[in-house]
Write a protein that binds this ligand. Sequence first.
Ligand SMILES: [Zn+2]
Ligand SMILES: [Zn+2]
Length: 387
Amino acid sequence: MDTKVSAAVLARPGHVEIREFDMPPLGKGAAICRVLMAGVCGTDKHSYRGETVQYKGTENEIDLPFPIIQGHEIVMEIVAIDEEGARNLSYDGDYLKVGDRVTICPDVVCGKCWYCKNIPSYPWCEHLQFSYGNMRSCNDGNHLYGGFSQYLYIEPGTRVYKVPDGLPNSMACFTEVMCVAYTLEKAREFSGFSLEGFNFGDTVAVQGSGPLGIAHIAMARMMGAGKIIATDISDYKLEIAKAFGADVVMNSEKTTPEERIARIKAETHGRGADIVVECVGRPEVFPEGLKYLRKAGMYLEPGNFVDCGGVDVNVHEICANNLRIIGMTNHTHNCYHTVMEMMLREKDRFPWDKLFSHVFPLAEAEKAIQTSMTKESMKVLIDPWKQ
Ligand SMILES: [Zn+2]
Ligand SMILES: [Zn+2]
């Protein structure tokens, strides 16, 4: 195994530098992995821009502890693991060994608090230990806690998942994003009540057609959505939304809010969408999205993971239209295996290649983040071994 590790470090907002670390020794119950590929997430862009407060108003509120190695959408190969790690790290109960291809849930929880015990499938922990690529400085512990690096150090308590054979690295990197699209599964839980939540054949409107929006479009299709309507400010992204199954797309820079609301009503017998999902990651789109809904429609909010401030909302409209608003920070960590199996099964159904628009070497990590913020990019990947 290498003794030195190169990683892209976000030293402070807007400043990425390549640093060299000593390979940490393997601790008890831990694993060391060679990173094969890592995705640039919306959260990484927020951090780069200086929008660094997460979990605001909760016991886990944090302002990111720079310097950090970013990257939490990661596919890796295990290069070192002890017996305890081999037996305990897999969430699915697999015995892990050197050479296994794996991914992780970024959130490491305590397993002991009220939320961990009572809502065990969600990382809503009161004592969130940390989150890979995000919440632990590379000055601390075993340093290598982000995917924009040649190696990642996996601490005991991490949820590790074996990647099925045949799933390309790029798609394996997308697992965490697809897991966030389990917001639609949450909405479906409400379908046990008459005309509530997400039902077969429902109209789903997705605000924002970046990678998270595309994940929701693909998931909505797989789960039996009827009409899918997507918005974005980029025609390039809207073309990909169409290729993934959106029936109607609207460019938010070329249409007015009134036109978009009217179009959605026209597409739904004048009633409005059954489900709206916010995948822009900006609070400004929230009031408009509420107006897309039919009475008792459900608004899903997974996008504003980072604190970007508030907006004015007419609360009366929520009351008058019996709206249901579901906030979803994080994602269920028991769906990784299912998501990977489903992506493998649907490998030829969706044009995944269009989703992975760029692959950068580690030395160009900053360019990768900047590229991911442009209109002409989708999921940007970093291959730390690419020259
Ligand atoms: Zn992510
Ligand atoms: Zn906990």
